[in-house]
Ligand binder design. Structure first.
Ligand code: GUN
Length: 300
């Protein structure tokens, strides 16, 4: 079998079109322009690329983009003051503090300073708790994007066996919550899980979110399963020339695609969905803050 390729890049375009439509309506009907503030500390090159892309796409969708950049040696109290100011700014509906932060800053403290209703990353403990309790929450962007692709392909997920590899707060745990709420049977596997290949082989839905290049092999995959590869790993690619690199996922794409029914590629799968869902979350946050109707096509 050769798996269907789940085109996350194309679906992200669809999400952005939806976002643009809702933004236009909010501006024209209610005089409200959604605004996203991104806080970047230091010079991490990958973070700078992310932040630039986020800002560009925010503006392209008709929203306001605010970038706040600080030197790596900013002190914690000053950064907390920055977040508090954004909390109080009526033009700002979404706040994202780019991670990782320099080591001298307490990330948990800073993330939990963000007003929960503006926490478009869904990392604040209030949103984590609300999601776990089945209440309205801001949902982390990568699991939300993964879930949208799964729903688009599979429809009802009720009774499906879902295996998630990785128990991070950013992907694994919230992904488990979303799939549980969709009535899937959820297993979250991790580095201490025994006989991981056998566990994976039972999955109708396999989500790989471990950050280990090409770890999941084709013989771990149940024939016909849907495979969501969240990994973005930069590895040497000597075949492209000396010193060259390439991006691969957590799944060995060639062997997994032979067995799976459908699979997300890397790049072009989950990656583009993450930023699209950040824009979607900003619109959702704006609707909630202003008491407007929440767009049903931007959430789970
Ligand atoms: N760094 C890499 N990805 C992300 C993300 O989705 N949110 C935040 N806040 N930082 C990141």
């Amino acid at each position: 079998m050769s798996a269907e390729i789940i085109d996350g890049k194309a679906f992200a375009g669809t999400v952005r079109e939806r976002v643009s439509g809702h933004v236009k309506k909010m501006v024209e009907t209610h005089g409200v322009q959604p605004g996203l503030a991104v806080v970047l500390v230091g010079e991490d090159p990958a973070s700078q690329v992310y932040v630039r892309n986020k800002g560009k796409q925010t503006v392209e969708c008709g929203m306001a983009s605010f970038e706040h950049k600080y030197d790596a040696d900013i002190d914690e109290a000053t950064l907390i003051g920055v977040v508090e100011k954004l909390n109080a700014d009526p033009k700002v509906h979404g706040i994202l503090v780019q991670l990782p932060l320099p080591k001298h800053l307490n990330s948990d403290l800073i993330i939990n300073t963000i007003a929960p209703e503006k926490d478009v990353d869904g990392f604040h403990v209030v949103n984590v708790g609300r999601l776990g309790a089945g209440l309205k929450a801001m949902v982390p962007c990568t699991p939300l994007g993964s879930y949208m692709l799964l729903k688009d392909r599979m429809g009802d997920l009720s009774g499906q066996n879902a295996v998630i590899i990785g128990r991070s707060n950013i992907v694994g745990k919230p992904m488990g919550q979303l799939l549980l709420q969709a009535n899937a049977t959820v297993t979250i596997a991790h580095s201490r899980t025994k006989d991981l290949p056998a566990i994976c082989k039972q999955a109708d839905i396999l989500v790989a979110a471990v950050g280990r290049p090409e770890m999941v092999k084709g013989d771990w995959v149940k024939p016909g399963a849907t495979v969501i590869d969240v990994g973005i790993n930069r590895v040497p690619a000597p075949e492209k020339g000396e010193g060259k690199h390439k991006i691969v996922g957590d799944c060995d794409y060639a062997s997994c695609a032979e067995v799976a029914g459908a699979i997300t590629p890397v790049p072009g799968g989950i990656g583009p969905m993450t930023i699209a869902c950040l824009l979607a979350n900003t619109v959702t946050a704006t609707a909630r803050i202003h008491g407007l109707e929440e767009p049903a096509d931007l959430t789970f």
